[in-house]
Ligand binder design. Structure first.
Ligand code: GLU
Length: 428
């Protein structure tokens, strides 16, 4: 994120902008501008070398008018209460825009997970649940994976929650491993969901995906499956991805003009999304600086890394060829960059619509846990596609009807649903 961008100020500014357009009641704004609840806690962990480290943890519950709070837990060295607040707020809009009966939450721990051993990670995630178990659960707040956390960690969290409550409760956490209450299709759900919305965007613009090129930022879970989906579902070409190199403490773009092979790149990527540069180079890939992805002459840009990446500086580098920006990440575009994208007439699929496939399949995972009956991967992905496609249509219709930018249209659809639920519950 650029140093002058505070993610929560960004989330509030996007909301305020649409609240003004809707002439939203000041009392209603006062509820929605801030999370309803926040938990700040310390997690002591015995490290393998015998020392004790104390980690800072957060869980923010933004709004649960439509159902239990829902959202991932992020492990990141630069995590702050404001990033968690922003991400929790976006989850409220995300669940509302895809019309799943859930609210918005998010968690975070200030830690670089790559510095922990497996045992240390397990003790840290169990410690997180020991601090939070009374305030989470299938009817209160359901955590899931995000940047820096994995299905295995979700499995440990579910186990800890079940041990503390004395009841096997798979629905307390989603994104669990398959065979342990996890859903088939959950791993690829966010990336594929991005691609379902890109497919709808290209259809709307009358573009044939098989002639389209994409440039993708990041090579974590979302980016990997967005890359695979762009090539294998849509038949398009992906010219590059980018990644953060932990050893060099720098990011790089890995490109091949005639198309990258995501399966090969995955095979030389570690669990934190770092690609082995030497192996990539040996296979004919070009290694450029981390910003190179944004200036590629492509039709589709997919930022699928962290927040604040398309900002006042980087937005100027976007090529004239770009027709669609599909936000796989949460909050990748700052409000000043939004102005430029809108002026240039680039079609935007905003983050909380574009990357809602993950939480949609998390919702399906919870439904399967409740039924104790599991669907096939095809059933899950088909249900996800239906949800993503109808959400895309609802937002596009709003954007055309009100003649507004797609991000504003997505906010309009989501805010109306949350306000309606608050009204029906007698909160306002
Ligand atoms: N962390 C993901 C997101 O930002 C998934 C959340 C979930 O599955 O609850 O949407």
């Amino acid at each position: 994120m650029s140093s002058n961008t505070n993610a929560f100020e960004m989330a509030q500014s996007q909301f305020d902008h649409v609240a003004d357009m809707l002439r939203l009641d000041p009392e209603v704004r006062e509820i929605l501008r801030w999370p309803l609840r926040e938990f700040h806690f310390r997690i002591p962990v015995r490290m393998d070398d015998g020392t004790l480290r104390v980690f800072q943890g957060y869980r923010v519950q933004h709004n649960d008018a439509r159902g239990p709070n829902k959202g991932g837990i992020r492990f990141h060295p630069a995590e702050t209460i404001d990033t968690v607040r922003a991400l929790a707020t976006w989850m409220t809009w995300k669940c509302a825009v895809v019309d799943i009966p859930l609210g918005g939450g998010k968690g975070g721990v200030i830690v670089d997970p790559a510095t922990l051993t497996n045992g240390e990670k397990e003790r840290l995630v169990r410690g997180y649940i020991q601090k939070m178990w009374k305030n989470i659960g299938p009817r209160q707040d359901v955590p899931a994976p995000d940047v820096g956390t994995t299905p295995q960690m979700m499995g440990w969290m579910m186990d800890e929650y079940s041990l503390l409550t004395g009841e096997f409760t798979p629905g307390a956490i989603t994104g669990k491993p398959v065979g342990n209450g996890g859903s088939l299709g959950r791993t690829e759900a966010t990336g594929y969901g991005v691609i379902f919305s890109v497919r709808e965007a290209l259809k709307h613009l009358g573009l044939d995906p098989t002639t389209c090129k994409a440039s993708i930022q990041g090579f974590g879970n979302v980016s990997q499956y967005a890359t695979i989906g762009f090539i294998e579902i849509l038949g398009g070409t992906v010219v590059c991805v980018s990644f953060w190199d932990r050893e060099d403490r720098a990011s790089y773009t890995v490109s091949k003009e005639d198309g990258i092979d995501p399966h090969f790149l995955k095979s030389i990527t570690d669990q934190y999304g770092s690609i082995d540069k030497n192996k990539a180079k040996a296979a004919g890939y070009v290694i450029e600086d981390g910003d190179a992805w944004i200036s590629k002459d492509v039709d589709v840009l997919i930022p699928a890394a962290m927040e604040g990446q398309i900002n006042a500086d980087t937005v100027q580098k976007i090529s004239k060829t770009v027709r669609v920006i599909a936000e796989g990440a949460n909050g990748p575009t700052t409000p000043d960059a939004d102005v430029v994208i809108k002026e240039r007439g680039i079609f935007l699929v905003p983050d909380f619509l574009c990357n809602a496939g993950g939480v949609t399949v998390s919702y399906f995972e919870g439904v399967q846990n409740d039924m104790n009956f599991y669907w096939t991967r095809e059933e899950v992905l088909e249900k996800e596609d239906n949800k993503m496609t109808s959400a895309f249509k609802a937002v596009l219709d709003m954007s055309l009807k009100e003649n507004v930018y797609m991000r504003d249209a997505a906010y309009m659809v989501a805010i109306a649903r949350v306000v309606k639920a608050m009204e029906l519950r007698g909160w306002i």
